[in-house]
Design a protein around this ligand. Sequence first.
Ligand SMILES: NC(=O)C1=CN([C@@H]2O[C@H](COP(=O)(O)OP(=O)(O)OC[C@H]3O[C@@H](n4cnc5c(N)ncnc54)[C@H](O)[C@@H]3O)[C@@H](O)[C@H]2O)C=CC1
Ligand SMILES: CC(C)CCC[C@@H](C)[C@H]1CC[C@H]2[C@@H]3[C@H](O)CC4=CC(=O)CC[C@]4(C)[C@H]3CC[C@]12C
Length: 338
Amino acid sequence: MADSAQVPTLVYLVTGGCGFLGEHIVRMLLEREPRLRELRVFDLHLSSWLEELKAGPVQVTAIQGDVTQAHEVAAAMSGSHVVIHTAGLVDVFGKASPKTIHKVNVQGTQNVIDACVQTGTQYLVYTSSMEVVGPNIKGHPFYRGNEDTPYEAVHSHPYPCSKALAEQLVLEANGRKGLRFGGRLFRAVPASVEHGRVYVGNVAWMHILVARELEQRAALMGGQVYFCYDKSPYKSYEDFNMEFLSPCGLRLIGAHPLLPYWLLVLLATLNALLQWLLRPLVLYTPLLNPYTLAMANTTFTVSTNKAQRHFGYKPLFSWEESRTRTIQWVQAMEGSAR
Ligand SMILES: NC(=O)C1=CN([C@@H]2O[C@H](COP(=O)(O)OP(=O)(O)OC[C@H]3O[C@@H](n4cnc5c(N)ncnc54)[C@H](O)[C@@H]3O)[C@@H](O)[C@H]2O)C=CC1
Ligand SMILES: CC(C)CCC[C@@H](C)[C@H]1CC[C@H]2[C@@H]3[C@H](O)CC4=CC(=O)CC[C@]4(C)[C@H]3CC[C@]12C
């Protein structure tokens, strides 16, 4: 059995993947990264040689897109583990305006960073340039220097200025999390307790399909019960929540519940008693009560295709899309709560 380092599980995104450097990175990833499951090649101009790469064992996904368009970057990023950002305008000849160079190299990089934060992509590799350092406008030589060699980096040309700004954005984003929760949650439910969850967009889609098909298929569908389902993973209530909270900086502490179940029952019962006692004065509605505790601690998951068989339902949103959208929703909630 291959160890985890060899199991193809990772999704890489390479922006500018059809460029001079990008193509080399793409081909080398396919040759030398055994953990690669999917390789997404994002570029303004897709090359024909990409087609030949699709015959291999790794899924190669060509995505025509523009890094200056934040939504295109986020859509391409959704579900990826690593992004290598090479897309850029390499122009020291005045072909493009300073504004365009800035838009692609700086705003494009900001869009990549924002997409990482939104989608929970934790690893960003950015292709900067020696020109971020120099030669400076004073013509100072940099002789066999290293990353720590002092040098006065002073630029006026649009290209080095854009690369310096973009590099700074990337460095400042290091360690940034979607939400500044930075908090810890303590596990209360065993990880072995499976709890069924479905993305709200797929639940909505199933409703629309039922309403649309009911008239035509009344004999089959009338009076029927349909479970909502999609490709959301089977996990405990808390582990499933962490799919969206981890990218936002929260951590779930403990592989096992930190409090014994009897103590949780006691606390839940006390909460129910408190709610009853306080009701004449104030509405006390704690998360933990006998009902919520029982729900969270009882395995309840479905596996069915009745909706597909009866009215052709298929989830509208993949798990990756559902996860990305939910992370964005959590972040928007956090933003509005500030
Ligand atoms: N070629 C060189 O000597 C050096 C290049 N670099 C950096 O390496 C990176 C890649 O450079 P090269 O491969 O040489 O350039 P390249 O021009 O061959 O490749 C850049 C790729 O980015 C794509 N691209 C341009 N604008 C885009 C946009 N708005 N949205 C999506 N894709 C877009 C282009 O279509 C192209 O495929 C750049 O960030 C550059 O600043 C850094 C140091 C030296
Ligand atoms: C031990 C902790 C305090 C655990 C708290 C988790 C609870 C708040 C949630 C655990 C199970 C949830 C319910 C479950 O997902 C089924 C539901 C179906 C619905 O139709 C409405 C929501 C809910 C009741 C859901 C509510 C939160 C939980 C009880």
